[in-house]
Write a protein that binds this ligand. Structure first.
Ligand code: DC
Length: 220
């Protein structure tokens, strides 16, 4: 049986690392929807698109093609895995992802990707908007200080050095913008299972979700 697993939650709760491993354990396709919003943000910044001027947006968005090649993200055919993880992108991605034209383009693409495959998709609106009928919905939370420290270590591994204060501020700002925007705000779907990852290891998070998924797969 093909099932769709939707994983939503706050920034830095470990959604992407967890979702990727859950998909690999189940033999499913992993789709990082946040990477898609990041790629559009990077495209706007690189091409100096003033994304607050709505009249040019549709035209710019038509020139912005996003695809996955394995776990890598391609922007107009070019791998931008590293470019989309900078602080500049972090600081602009919530504003870009609040734009309805951007959301409708990406949501349409995400639904197509989930149509015929068994997928694990992580993001902010996957269980509420993209796949409201998802078989399993997870909502991940964690203490903000723990999230900031995890993100700092993650960035450090990539050679990006940022202070814990800057990272924490960015996480808090993104949480606020993502939860209060008009179009598809970050919110827990009523039928989502909440997992607080503050005191869980990555493997514990993965085990919990795989167990939930298997109980659905084997029950059918
Ligand atoms: O998961 P992430 O931190 O890479 O996501 C980056 C931003 O993209 C996040 O701050 C909000 C936005 N986003 C969104 O609005 N909807 C999604 N489904 C995924 C991400």
């Amino acid at each position: 049986m093909n099932i769709v697993i939707a994983i939503d939650g706050y920034s830095g709760t470990g959604k992407s690392s967890t979702a990727k491993q859950v998909a690999s354990r189940l033999g499913y396709t992993y789709i990082d929807s946040g990477a898609m919003y990041r790629a559009v943000t990077y495209f706007f910044l690189k091409n100096k698109v003033d994304f607050n001027k709505e009249k040019y947006l549709d035209e710019s968005l038509r020139k912005c093609s996003i695809a996955f090649e394995g776990s890598s993200i391609l922007l107009n055919g070019v791998n931008v895995d590293h470019e989309i993880r900078t602080m500049e992108v972090n600081e602009n991605v919530s504003a870009v992802s609040a734009i309805s034209e951007v959301r409708s383009k990406l949501v349409e693409q995400q639904r197509k990707m989930g149509e015929e495959r068994s997928v694990v998709m992580d993001g902010r609106d996957i269980g509420t908007v993209v796949f409201p009928e998802a078989d399993l919905k997870i909502f991940m939370t964690a203490d903000v200080d723990i999230r900031a420290e995890r993100r700092r270590r993650e960035l450090e591994k990539k050679g990006i050095h940022e202070s814990i204060q800057t990272i924490r501020k960015n996480l808090e700002e993104r949480d606020l913008l993502d939860s209060t925007r008009e179009d598809s705000p970050l919110t827990k779907a009523s039928d989502a299972k909440e997992i607080d990852t503050s005191h869980l290891t990555l493997n514990q998070q993965i085990d919990k979700i795989v167990a939930l998924a298997e109980s659905i797969i084997y029950a059918s």
